[in-house]
Design a binder for this molecule. Structure first.
Ligand SMILES: [Ca+2]
Ligand SMILES: [Ca+2]
Length: 222
């Protein structure tokens, strides 16, 4: 070390103080950061007030089959997504146009799902309904509590919000809906009844509600 650098007692004092600060401050902030992580449960930032929005997209598909009495139709929906999956809606609809209007002649369907080909294997659904519009309707939640509505989150970290809204990879794969047709007719059994009504068109439609997160800090109100 040259005499120029340590030319005076004051210069030495400044140098020593600088070294002390250089060592102490990073250590101090490191300890504070670790402490914040321990209480906040996440690596990114402090607890604050956030506006949480969901940027949404829909994936839809639809298939119609003509089914005779007792016939089963298998309807497949392949769902792949890079976005998070909020929920999936399945609607089964049919209209008995051979004997319109409610009554004993109205056709009906039994609906069963098989979600064994879907990641996370959601619980299967089943229902029966008349062919007078929507015969069966299911909504299968993939991200718990997701309904698409934005909200204000207070006193949490950003990473806590990101951890909450996650489909954990569920919902991808082959969604199978099986529909069995029950043709009814007011005509006498056999030939005449069969002439009046022997089948019906059944449409299954799917809507997958997808989302990405949009989180922005909100200034505290004074
Ligand atoms: Ca009918
Ligand atoms: Ca019919």
């Amino acid at each position: 070390m040259s005499e120029k650098l340590f030319g005076s007692q004051r210069a030495i004092t400044i140098w020593v103080v600088s070294v002390v600060f250089a060592i102490v401050f990073p250590a101090y902030f490191s300890v504070m950061a670790n402490s914040a992580d321990a209480t906040g449960g996440g690596a990114s930032g402090a607890k604050a007030r956030w506006q949480v929005n969901f940027i949404q997209d829909n994936l839809t598909s639809e298939e119609t089959m003509n089914l005779g009495d007792g016939e089963q139709g298998d309807y497949y929906f392949d769902l792949e997504s890079d976005m998070m999956i909020g929920y999936v809606e399945i609607t089964v609809s049919c209209n008995d146009n051979d004997e319109p209007g409610p009554g004993p002649g109205m056709d009906a369907v039994d609906v069963e799902t098989d979600f064994s080909g879907v990641s996370g294997t959601p619980d299967d659904e089943s229902a029966s309904g008349s062919c007078n519009g929507v015969a069966a309707e299911f909504s299968i939640q993939i991200t718990p509590e997701f309904n698409g509505e934005g909200y204000i989150a207070d006193g949490v970290t950003k990473s806590e919000i990101e951890a909450k809204w996650n489909d954990n990879g569920s919902g991808r794969g082959e969604w199978l809906t099986s529909v069995t047709m029950d043709v009814n007719t007011i005509g006498p059994a056999g030939l005449v009844g069969g002439v009046i009504d022997s089948d019906e068109d059944v449409t299954v439609s799917w809507r997958a509600v997808l989302y990405t997160l949009d989180i922005t800090a909100v200034a505290e109100e004074l």
